[in-house]
Write a protein that binds this ligand. Structure first.
Ligand code: SF4
Length: 495
């Protein structure tokens, strides 16, 4: 998962790109970069770490240009080294690109490019996307590219690449600097756009627009390319359109609650998930003294859960806001230490109490175990765990880093014959009971896949919960992706 920003205006954009990137820093902390275009040159800078550490004022001042692209990276492919940091630049025809997503045919693309004597410098999958686009554009015309050339080159690029991707580019089109944004045919990964005076901005999440002072207009449509120039209305072209399938995990876990996706605030969606979770919990005949969210993602769901149950919602875990996200840390030991650093408990909220802890999801199950170690030390009377998502039973190949069956904790508690698709009510209750016993909690409750109907549109990707992949991945390709994960080209993570 990563975050990108594209901006074009009648004034320099680097400072506002850096502000916007800090608003989406949660989407990636491994590296950051900003490149701009001043009509002649494409100056830029990339570095490892947080935006506030990578950039200072002199660096930003050294990036003139009224169009630019910025990125924060979390590696789903590649190792998180500087060579993999985005944005990327291609000299011919002179184009900047940054993206969020995952190309599922990365290895085949790389081979294909190599056969055409195009050699890659990184393990970052935006590079083959950019090289393929640049190759296709140059094949049409060597210079003076028109919007029609760019759209044709994008159509050929879409025919060559597979996966989930939202991207922004800056290049000269019809003799003018132009910001071009596009989203894969199913719109799996998010992208929104907005305006500020004469200027335009595209970003992975709307909070970046709020922070940089832009008014949100809406989502970039799946399978389309949008051309943006200062003082002019956007031009939108169809590239390749399939049935829409935006990722539900964005709203459940990844996005900030103040972001707007598909016209709905993530906060509202989490409230509704919390209400639905309370109804499932109540149906089990359970009761508790208080509701405690695991900060920060699950707070809205916990508030709604508590309201629905008529219980107090209390803070029991206090987050150290200056520590990193645990799943970014490299080793198991590092992650344990990071959790201690990240969360401390308000002991009185647990001691002798019957608590229901709300969390957003369980993927590998390592964080929940460590969290419970901290909780048991406070001698609670009873601990219930309730998750505002269904059990994660299937890998994601579209840019969230959980790409093997083996790493998914929920699969360890499946009954024989279950696990090809979504679980029915009985199978889910069995899984919950087994898992609760293993964790030592009084109860464990997940949402059902049917609870996603309502908070999310019917056209969606919820493949990690129900096994219905909007873009099927052939077995051989799955194998390559899994091997990339297990041979160390990709780092393991713990969500
Ligand atoms: S499989 Fe899950 S995480 Fe991946 S895109 Fe679909 S909903 Fe999102």
């Amino acid at each position: 998962m990563c975050g990108f920003i594209g901006m074009i205006d009648d004034a320099p954009v680097a400072a506002r790109i850096s502000t916007g990137l800090q608003a989406i820093q949660h989407r990636g902390q491994d590296s950051g970069g900003i490149f701009t275009f001043d009509g002649q040159r494409f100056p830029g800078h990339r570095g490892l770490g947080l935006i506030r550490d990578v950039f200072d004022e002199p660096l930003i001042r050294g990036l003139p240009g009224n169009a630019g692209v910025g990125h924060v990276r979390y590696p789903t492919i590649g190792k998180g080294v500087l060579a993999d940091a985005q944005p990327f630049f291609e000299r011919r025809p002179g184009v900047l690109m940054a993206h969020n997503g995952n190309l599922t045919n990365y290895d085949r693309l790389r081979e294909h490019l190599r056969e055409r004597s195009v050699h890659l410098l990184s393990n970052c999958d935006v590079e083959p996307l950019l090289c393929t686009f640049a190759d296709e554009l140059m094949a049409r015309r060597r210079r003076h590219h028109t919007a029609a050339d760019v759209v044709q080159a994008l159509r050929s690029t879409f025919a060559a690449v597979e996966g989930a991707f939202s991207a922004v580019m800056v290049l000269e089109v019809d003799g003018e600097p132009t910001l071009v944004a596009f989203r894969d045919p199913r719109g799996i990964r998010p992208a929104v756009y907005g305006r500020r005076g004469a200027g335009w901005m595209v970003a992975s999440e709307s909070v970046a627009l709020d922070t940089a002072g832009y008014e949100l207009i809406g989502d970039l449509e799946a399978g389309r390319a949008m051309f943006l120039r200062p003082g002019r209305e956007p031009e939108v072209f169809d590239v390749e359109i399939r049935q829409k399938a935006p990722c539900v995990f964005e709203s459940i876990y990844f996005s900030r609650p103040d972001s707007v996706e598909g016209g709905e605030t993530v906060y509202e969606r989490r409230l509704e998930l919390g209400r639905r979770l309370a109804r499932r919990w109540k149906a089990k005949g359970l009761d508790a003294d208080r509701v405690i969210p695991v900060p920060d993602t699950s707070r809205p769901a916990a508030i709604a859960f508590a309201e629905e149950m008529g219980l107090p919602c209390r803070e029991g875990f206090i987050k150290n806001r200056y520590s990193g996200r645990t799943f970014i840390m490299g080793t198991q030991e590092g992650r344990t230490a990071a959790l201690r650093l990240k969360l401390n408990l308000i002991k009185a909220e647990f001691k002798g109490q019957n608590v229901v802890i709300i969390d957003d999801s369980i993927v590998r199950g390592t964080t929940v175990k460590r969290l419970l170690e901290l909780v048991w030390a406070q001698e609670p009377a009873a601990v219930h765990f309730a998750i505002h998502a269904p059990p994660v039973l299937h890998p994601c190949f579209y840019g969230i880093d959980m790409s093997t069956h083996d790493e998914l904790a929920a699969r360890r508690y499946l009954s024989e014959g279950d696990g090809d698709g979504a679980l029915d009510i009985d199978a889910q209750e069995e899984l919950e009971a087994r898992w609760a016993a293993d964790l030592g909690v009084t109860s464990l409750t997940f949402l059902g896949v049917e609870d996603l109907e309502g908070p999310f549109p019917t056209e969606r990707c919820s493949a990690c919960f129900d096994g219905i992949y909007p873009l099927p991945i052939p077995d051989a390709q799955r194998e390559t992706i899994v091997q990339d994960r297990t041979n160390g080209r990709l780092r393991p993570v713990s969500v």
